[in-house]
Design a protein around this ligand. Structure first.
Ligand SMILES: [Zn+2]
Length: 283
């Protein structure tokens, strides 16, 4: 599988092909652990530019880099926050072309990656087939053997805990070292300091307790509420995406929909972006 990001997993947020009445000529991708967009082959930079004239539809691509591959096909990298290569330059496989962004007509930081045949055609090729990235919304690991073991995602219906959340310890609880949790600590609100698969570090007790002995001490709305897929939420001011990029002010306080929930983060449907749980409030 080709990875247009410097390292780590790739999240497909929009597939190649029919999208409503339109045809999406590329794939929309988010680098889960890197924003650095790289050349997947040795190539020549055919174009590195931004078009700001809205009379020209190419403005929608924002900052973009077109690589002319050695077989003549053309590979487009769009919506970049910036460009680190110049038109005419020769680039090597793995060289950074720019940083993923949301310039042009984009909602949320992502890379629009599009492959076109040799020559000046506006036709697109199936970039999923070419790259090996599945044409299906999801997260993929291009190098599973090199990456660290993944934290198992919680079983469906089972909630995970997140740092900063308020929890209570249930009756009969034991610490992970097997010692019984004293009665006086049961049912009292505590703060989650760290989360590991299957266990949580309780800040006030400085002790690890298994998930099964914990319950959320949460309200039905606001910052502490349990967030589930489909919930309406808003993003609070000062928020950053999980990749560290600031969430633009225009998205703050606006009702949005939860597409996915993972340990400590929430995928916002309208933005196609992950936001840390602490910046999301249920409305
Ligand atoms: Zn796209």
């Amino acid at each position: 599988m080709k990875n247009p990001f410097e390292s780590g997993k790739i999240r497909v947020t929009s597939v190649y092909g029919k999208r409503g009445d339109a045809f999406h000529k590329g794939m929309d991708l988010v680098g889960v652990s890197s924003l650095r967009v790289v050349a997947v082959e040795d190539a020549t930079v055919g174009v590195s530019t931004i078009i700001t004239d809205h009379g020209n539809r190419t403005w929608e691509w924002g900052n973009y880099v077109r690589l002319d591959l050695d077989d003549g096909r053309r590979l487009y990298h769009c919506h970049l926050a910036n460009r680190l290569v110049k038109t005419g330059e020769r680039v090597r496989k793995g060289q950074v072309l720019g940083i993923a962004g949301e310039t042009g007509n984009a909602t949320g930081v992502h890379l629009h990656w599009e492959l076109r045949p040799a020559g000046y055609s506006t036709e697109s090729l199936n970039i999923s087939e070419w790259s090996g990235i599945p044409n299906k919304i999801g997260t993929y690991d291009p190098s599973p053997t090199e990456s660290a073991p993944e934290t198992p995602s919680p079983a469906p219906g089972k909630e995970s805990f997140y740092v900063g959340e308020t929890v209570k310890i249930k009756q009969g609880a034991v610490y992970t070292n097997g010692v019984k949790v004293p009665k006086k600590y049961l049912g009292v609100p505590y703060t989650v300091e760290e989360v590991k698969p299957g266990r949580v570090l309780i800040a006030e007790l400085y002790s690890w307790v298994a998930d099964e002995y914990l319950e959320k001490a949460a309200g039905s709305s606001g910052a502490d509420a349990v967030i589930r897929v489909g919930d309406r939420v808003k993003i609070v001011s000062g928020a950053k995406y999980t990749n560290g990029v600031k969430v633009p002010v225009r998205y703050l306080g606006v009702p949005m929909t939860v597409a996915q929930v993972r340990e400590g983060r929430v995928l916002i449907s309208e933005l196609n972006s992950w936001v840390p749980r602490q910046y999301v409030e249920k409305i």
